[in-house]
Design a protein. Sequence first.
Length: 219
Amino acid sequence: MNCGHMLDGTYRIVMNRLLSKTDLEFGLEQNNMNEDISRNYESNELMNESDDTSIYRRLKRSSSNHMYSYRKNFKNTYTKKKGLERLDCYCEKKIFNNIDKIYKLAESGKYNKKTFKNIIIKKYGYKIILSSLFLLLGLIVPILSKAGVDVKCPGVSNDLKDIIPFINSAFFIPYLTIFILTLLYIFIKVVKYEKLKSGKGKMNRKEYICFCKDIFNMN
């Protein structure tokens, strides 16, 4: 009986030790699995971030290379251009250089938003405003003529006064046409600059309109 009890007690001790050892090994394996999963997750996150960064760098490099290639080709072909094509290249270069200056000024971080706007207005806005005021002055004569207002000009004959509206139209209409075409030309070149900078290719009409809205925040 004593021998049986001893064997039974020994058997239980051995079984308990085996179970404890198994539980310990299982716990260690589970911890190792959790650590591996955590490590793999962190590794994947780092890889994703690295991929995102590398994609962004590739896109940025591609867009900058696109602009660089265009300007390099521009320098090579400028001397071969003649007439209106050469004038177009010259004006485009001037516009692109001015846009570069605006971007460098914005990226410098030396000015707040309000100061930056004031600088842009002083440099470019006043020219447009003065041109617009000149256009308004050109409208005064036709408006007075249509309203039947007789403007008295001492020392000016009636025949000359009748010619004034025609002289005004001869200057005003070409100036208005040039002013509108200039604004349209600048708009097209600004969009072209942004297309080159962002590495955009050919666009259909809808894509072009959406792109223009994004540039000028017209949404």
